[in-house]
Design a protein around this ligand. Structure first.
Ligand code: ADP
Ligand code: ASP
Ligand code: MG
Length: 407
């Protein structure tokens, strides 16, 4: 007997036929004693359409109302999937995030799971039911519905698997595993048998949307193995776990990622004195806005000013602009510029630490492709470059070709 949590993404449940196919697949793979929890996302592009609907009302919807709206997408798919199981003769029950015991903080639109008490899930499993849970949503202590950020159903699934000590969390999607680069962009990307939590987390953080970064953190926290695999085939996919167990140990670079969901913020002519960076970034932090790739220029000696450049996620532009312009006024800066026409390309690999030349190879690939680098940032296991958005496919392919020659 196994306890498994299976998550099916939006493209896997995009139509009624696909929902029935998911139910059939789950039933076919289920051993008689298995306990199965199925987490689902909203059908197809439903969440995107809900965002458009909100934008047709206002440019600045409140977080609470936005989440009230966005959470409805998953509620449709859980009900339909439970109906499909019942019709096929397998008793099932659908539960919202709240009913499944998912509690979050108050950060609407990107809430963090603070606690999971899956009492109702466990009770329903005991009665022999398949339990269908709405991904992407939870509830604040005050009883308001929240959502977990785009791709958040991954996190619901892994968190539930962790809280219930499931044997495995299977993430079913439209690709058959994790690749060395987005297979839609790099045709000869290599599929991996395994990847560590740390490397997957870095790849996800830097744009590999196949897993939401927080879901990987959850997997690491609970030590749940995550199996990323295809909804449409029975082949094994990629296992995300703490350590490598098979042959794929000898590599320096694990993946090349890209992220077009970024914007570049430049604060120009900032007085060069103590506490300035603190003022700008604490104001953003207070609004729960993540910043990345922070670069401060060297001082203009004559004027005693510097420029500050950093990146944020595109959906936060409106809020970030208001905050930075406000602080900028206070500091008497020369100007604030936000550019959306940028993208981040990164290489990720735990082996790059202590392997000189990785940065040079990456920059060489971009240079040979005639691509200008605007900002560079590094971590122990990644190097990222900010470039023009229109060049992203060319950049990813050029870098991938350099690091995965034999692919
Ligand atoms: P779902 O709707 O199932 O959650 P997503 O669209 O969120 O699916 O994630 C799957 C997509 O992730 C794939 O279609 C692929 O284009 C993209 N992707 C980006 N980077 C990678 C990668 N390194 N490996 C696999 N897929 C990736
Ligand atoms: N439906 C949500 C989204 O589109 C959550 C998810 O798919 O994981 O982001
Ligand atoms: Mg997803």
């Amino acid at each position: 007997m196994a306890l498994v949590v299976k998550k099916f993404g939006g493209s896997s449940v995009a139509t009624p036929e696909k929902i029935i196919a998911v139910a059939q697949r789950v039933i076919r793979d289920k051993q008689p004693d298995d306990k199965v929890v199925v987490v689902v996302s909203a059908m197809g592009d439903t969440t995107d359409h809900l965002v458009e609907l909100a934008n047709s009302m206002t440019d600045v919807p409140t977080g609470r109302e936005m989440d009230m709206l966005l959470s409805t997408g998953e509620q449709i798919s859980i009900a339909l999937l439970a109906m499909a199981f019942n019709k096929l003769g397998y008793p099932a029950v659908s539960l919202t995030g709240f009913q499944a015991g998912v509690s979050t903080n108050n950060a609407f639109n990107k809430a963090k799971i603070t606690k999971i008490k899956p009492q109702r899930v466990l009770e329903a499993l005991e009665t022999g039911k398949i339990v269908v849970v709405a991904g992407f949503q939870g509830m604040t202590p005050g009883g308001d519905i929240t959502t977990l950020g785009r791709g958040g159903s991954d996190t619901t699934a892994v968190a539930l698997a962790g809280a219930m000590r499931a044997d495995v969390c299977e993430i079913f999607t439209d690709v058959d595993g994790v690749y060395s680069s987005d297979p839609r962009v790099v045709k000869d990307a290599k599929r991996m048998k395994e990847i560590t939590y740390n490397e997957m987390l870095e790849m996800a953080r830097l744009g590999a949307v196949v897993m939401q970064p927080r879901s990987v953190e959850m997997g690491k926290h609970f030590g749940v193995p995550i199996h990323v695999r295809s909804t449409f085939s029975r082949e094994l996919g990629t296992i995300i776990r703490e350590e490598y167990t098979v042959e794929e140990k000898e590599f320096v670079i694990r993946g090349v990622t890209h992220d077009t969901n970024v914007a570049k913020v430049a604060v120009l002519g900032v007085p060069d004195s103590p506490g300035i960076a603190y003022k700008i970034f604490s104001a953003l932090a207070k609004a729960n806005i993540d910043v990345d790739m922070i670069v401060q220029s060297i001082r203009n000696v004559d004027k005693n000013i510097i420029d500050m450049v950093f990146t944020i996620a595109k959906p936060e532009i409106v809020e970030a602009r208001a905050i930075v312009e406000e602080v900028g006024k206070e500091l008497n800066v020369l100007g604030v510029m936000i550019e959306e026409d940028v993208a981040k390309v990164s290489v990720v690999g735990a082996g790059m630490f202590g392997s000189p030349g990785i940065a040079a190879t990456m920059f060489g690939a971009l240079s040979d492709a005639g691509i200008n680098i605007e900002v560079i940032s590094t971590s122990e296991i990644s190097i990222s470059c900010l470039i023009r958005a229109g060049q992203v496919d060319k950049a990813v392919n050029a870098i991938h070709a350099c690091f995965f020659k034999e692919a």
